[in-house]
Design a protein around this ligand. Structure first.
Ligand code: ATP
Length: 248
C-alpha cells in the first residue's frame, strides 16, 4: 500500500525525470522527481516531450504490490489522478471545460493534449510513472495541437503545488486499485474516454513494421487493453498503439 509520504527530489534541470528517477531507485520506498526543465524529456517510443518553462515534469517511483503483468492498469490510475489535478485548477477559475482520457495515456481538454503519461518498469520490481502537465505553456508545431491550463483559462499553479496534489490523488487511486481492483478505475476512465463508440484508426508497431487497422472503439478490458470491433464484427484486443479518430 502506498502512503501519503512521497520524498520529493527537486532539480532545476535534468535530462529526463525518468532517467533521474532510475538513478535514485532504492533510496526511498516511494519518491518523486520534480524538475523545472528537461533537456531530453521523452514520451512513448522515445518521442520527444516538449518541456517548456512553467510546466510540471515529474516521475513517481515505487514498488507496486500488484503482480508486474498488471502494471499497465497503473497508467489509468495515473490518468485519473492527473485528471483530478487538472479539474481542480479548472474549477478554481469556474471553467467548465471537459477533460477526456485518450487511450492509452493522454489527457485532452477540448480535444487538445494537455498531459502525457509514460510508464517504465525497472528490474521487474520498480515502476516509474512519468507525468508531464502543460500548466503555463504548450509546444506549437506538433502533429496534433497541444494546450495548457493557462491557454484554456484555468488557474495556473506552481509545478510543486500541482505535484503535491498529484501525489495525493495518485495515492488514493492506487489504494482503490489495490483494495477494489481495476473495475472502479476502468469505469471512471471510460466515462470520459475520448473516441469511445467512435470509428478509429489504430497504428500498431511490430519491430520495424507499422500496421494500421480501423474499427470501432467499443470498450476497455480488465487489463486496460482497447477493444476494437473490426468491420467483420471480430473484436481485436490492442495492448499498445496510437489511436486516431476517423471523421468519416
Ligand atoms: P499521441 O497519441 O499524442 O501521439 P503518445 O501517447 O504516443 O501521443 P506520448 O508518448 O505521450 O505520446 O508523447 C509524445 C508525443 O506527444 C510527441 O510525439 C508529441 O506529438 C506530443 N507532445 C510532445 N510534447 C508535448 C507537450 N508538452 N504537450 C502536448 N503534447 C506533446
Amino acid at each position: 500500500m502506498l502512503t501519503e509520504r512521497w520524498k520529493i527530489y527537486t532539480y532545476q534541470t535534468v535530462e529526463s525525470t525518468m532517467d533521474q528517477a532510475a538513478q535514485l531507485i532504492g533510496q526511498e520506498d516511494q519518491f518523486a522527481i520534480l524538475a523545472y526543465d528537461q533537456t531530453k524529456g521523452r514520451g512513448r517510443y522515445n518521442r520527444k516531450w516538449g518541456s517548456l518553462a512553467g510546466n510540471l515534469y515529474t516521475t513517481l517511483a515505487f514498488k507496486p504490490s500488484q503482480p508486474c503483468h498488471t502494471w499497465g492498469q497503473i497508467s489509468f490510475v495515473a490518468a485519473l489522478a492527473v485528471g483530478e489535478v487538472i479539474q481542480h485548477y479548472l474549477s478554481k477559475s469556474q471553467n467548465s471545460q471537459k477533460i477526456n482520457y485518450k487511450w492509452p495515456n493522454d489527457l485532452l481538454i477540448a480535444g487538445h493534449k494537455v498531459s502525457g503519461i509514460l510508464l517504465e518498469i525497472i528490474d521487474s520490481s520498480w515502476l516509474l510513472v512519468g507525468v508531464g502537465i502543460n500548466l503555463q505553456n504548450s509546444p506549437v508545431g506538433l502533429q496534433y495541437i497541444a494546450t495548457s491550463l493557462k491557454e484554456v483559462g484555468g488557474e495556473v499553479p506552481l509545478p510543486g503545488e500541482a505535484l503535491s496534489l498529484l501525489t495525493a490523488h495518485f495515492t488514493v487511486k492506487m489504494n482503490i486499485l489495490e483494495t477494489k481492483g481495476f473495475s472502479e478505475i476502468r469505469a471512471i476512465w471510460l466515462k470520459a474516454a475520448a473516441c469511445l463508440g467512435e470509428g478509429i484508426e489504430v497504428t500498431l508497431r511490430k519491430k520495424e513494421m507499422i500496421e494500421k487497422i480501423r474499427g470501432k472503439f467499443i470498450d476497455l478490458d480488465e487489463e486496460g487493453r482497447l477493444l476494437l470491433e473490426l468491420p467483420n464484427k471480430e473484436v481485436k484486443k490492442i495492448s499498445a498503439g496510437d489511436i486516431f479518430l476517423l471523421w468519416d
